[in-house]
Design a protein around this ligand. Structure first.
Ligand SMILES: [Zn+2]
Ligand SMILES: [Zn+2]
Length: 252
């Protein structure tokens, strides 16, 4: 296989690992407590997220909870309705960094997430990313150009897909529930289920984002398998849609 093709495949594979961990760990477990993981799985998620994204879970959860507290109104850190679609689709990382730098807001929205001794290591996001990039030398024959290409593919695709959940997910798609959040199955394929965003806003504590047989949530497939293996438990097995979100109750 030509090296360039291999580097692109490695970059996309690393991106998908990070995407799965973002939805399963950062979003459904830490932010919404829809899942409770056994300590071993939790540690593995933290370690791999550190290596692939350098994100601090406490900050991510705080910014995300603030989004749920102010959906598409003043105070929402990344609303395409307020900021504009392209500002969120292309500038989400800047909006995130601005919201994550607000220490008072992070403390307020993540006060239940008490830092532990591992946070002293995992809070150094750049070291995690540097070690992660170092690991890429193994499958890419020690070739730094291929490593740079794979890392670039991963970073760009990861940022664009996360932005799409916030931008596309509040602009285009089906809206079975009240609000601007929308469902897009194509986006759900690329984001391990996050594209089913209307469902998520209607039932934020649900570990499963698909509510119908025709909706597919790849993140849930992993969660269901891990549940069978008793690596984790879920808060409720059926989604609980809030009465405020309900527009067409007969569909749920
Ligand atoms: Zn949203
Ligand atoms: Zn959420």
């Amino acid at each position: 296989m030509p090296g360039i093709l291999l580097a692109v495949i490695v970059g996309l594979a690393v991106c998908q690992v990070a995407i799965f961990l973002t939805t399963i760990y950062l979003h459904r477990t830490v932010s919404h407590k829809a899942i409770t993981m056994r300590p071993g799985l939790q540690f593995a998620c933290r370690l791999v997220l550190w290596l692939t994204t350098g994100i601090k879970p406490r900050q991510w959860a705080a910014v995300h909870r603030r989004h749920h507290a102010f959906v598409d109104v003043e105070g929402d850190p990344h609303s395409p309705i307020i900021e504009g679609f392209w500002q969120v689709q292309l500038g989400n990382v800047l909006l995130y960094r601005k919201a994550a730098a607000d220490r008072a807001a992070v403390d307020r929205y993540a006060k239940d997430l008490v830092p532990d001794r591992w946070d002293k290591v995992f809070d150094h996001g750049l070291i995690g990313l540097a070690v992660g990039i170092g690991i890429l030398f193994l499958p890419l024959w020690g070739n730094w150009k291929l490593v740079a290409l794979a890392a670039g593919v991963h970073v760009v695709s990861y940022l664009l897909l996360n932005s799409a959940v916030n931008a596309v997910g509040h602009t285009f798609g089906r809206r079975p529930f009240n609000g601007n959040a929308a469902n897009s199955q194509w986006l759900a394929w690329l984001t391990a289920g996050e594209g089913l965003h209307s469902n998520h806003h209607a039932a934020p504590t649900s570990a499963r984002l698909s509510f119908h047989r025709r909706e597919l949530d790849p993140g849930w497939w992993f969660i269901a398998a891990a549940k069978k293996l008793r690596w984790l438990t879920v808060r409720h097995t059926e989604p609980r849609v809030s009465s405020r979100a309900r527009r067409t109750p007969e569909l749920v």
